[in-house]
Design a protein around this ligand. Structure first.
Ligand code: FES
Length: 87
C-alpha cells in the first residue's frame, strides 16, 4: 500500500493493493473523473506534486511518463511511499 495526499481536498488516503488511486480517493469523498478505467482515455489524468508514480496506463507517452509530473488515477500506482496530487 501507499499513501496519497490530495492537496486541494486536504485529504489523505491509503491505497491498498486491490484498489485504484481513483477508488480510494472517491471513497474518501474526493471528486475524481473517470471514464475508461483502463488507462486509455486520459480522463482521470492528474498532476503529481510530489512522489514518483508507477505508470500503468497507455495514455501518456514514454516521455511524459518519465517526467513523472502527471498520472492516470484509474490504474497507475506509486513507486514512492507517498504521492501528493493536485486534486
Ligand atoms: Fe481513462 Fe483513467 S479513466 S485513463
Amino acid at each position: 500500500s501507499f499513501e496519497v495526499y490530495a492537496e486541494q481536498s486536504d485529504i489523505t488516503v491509503t491505497v491498498k493493493e486491490d484498489e485504484s488511486v481513483a477508488d480510494a480517493l472517491k471513497a474518501a469523498g474526493v471528486k475524481v473523473q473517470v471514464s475508461c478505467e483502463q488507462g486509455t482515455c486520459g480522463t482521470c489524468l492528474c498532476d503529481v506534486l510530489e512522489g514518483t508514480p508507477e505508470h500503468r496506463d497507455v495514455y501518456l507517452t514514454d516521455e511524459e511518463k518519465d517526467d513523472n509530473d502527471q498520472m492516470t488515477l484509474c490504474c497507475s500506482r506509486s513507486l514512492s511511499d507517498r504521492l501528493v496530487l493536485d486534486i
